[in-house]
Design a binder for this molecule. Sequence first.
Ligand code: UDP
Length: 325
Amino acid sequence: MEATSVFISGSSGYIGSHFTKFFAKKGLRVFGLDRVASPPAVQSYLQDFLHTDLKNETLVKTFVKKHGIHHVIHCAALCLVGESVEKPDLYEENNVKSSDIFLRALLSCGLQSFIFSSTAATYGEPKFSPITEDHPQNPINPYGQTKLDFEKILIQSSQENGFSWGIMRYFNAAGADPEGELGENHDPETHLIPNACKAVLEMGPTLKIFGNDYQTRDGTCERDYIHVMDLADAHYRLLTSIQKGKQGGAYNLGLGVGYTVNEVVQEIERQTDKVVPKVYADRRPGDPSKLVASNAKAKNELGWTLNYSDLPTLVKTTLSWFKFI
Ligand code: UDP
């Protein structure tokens, strides 16, 4: 039997590139799409790559038909909370309208399953913690709102068109390929772990800690950091169970344990034996105080196990990546 083909949008990005490698190593035929050229380390795991925007319906249809692809993992998106507050229209255009056009193009090519990279930001300020999948979704920033809007489009479309869907709500994706081939390399970087690692390695500016007056144990925001390889594994498990007849569903993907900004910084200082250059700054607009997942559903239904998401491994793989590049 020929290996399953899977199409990963955003395959040049941080999450999509790790997924590409993970799925290829599992023996699937992986096809990528991105408006950014495919980095050589990723290209080697792809059967073929479509260098275009999600909105390019004609090219998407031709590519998907040519390769007989029926399973899609949709990672391509803008994903920065701060930027989304400044440019809400850009987020609406990219994360909702373009995703909708992409989905419609796929529907005309025999789509069987569509797994969507969503986010804990769809929940907003938690009413209880840890957050379960049925927690009310009241995003407090445009990024979360656009992801929630597309979740709804996806479910509606699945009801109308009969394909299987998965909604994966990532908490804070972090870490890097343990083999050191891939990692997070945004410019400018906005995420905490890479920023703090770059500051301590003198590869970036002094770390700004956004707010120390939150209602958390040390006043800094608390987040649930999840390793990108563990994220990939959850998607693989969902795709496998969809192929066995499961209809899909929404899953929180997090460790189930939160760390404050200060605790993350302390772990980096412990591993490097250096002080992270840092200053306290104002709160960043759009940041909830605390986001911690209940991951029971993914563990119970998908048999998901977490192999890399302890804080020491998250920090270690990120530091190794920055020392390598
Ligand atoms: N953060 C920070 N300094 C930075 C980057 C992030 O203090 O340079 C904080 C941010 O305010 C949030 C947490 O670290 O409370 C995680 O932010 P990140 O941007 O990594 O992920 P997000 O939670 O926005 O998805």
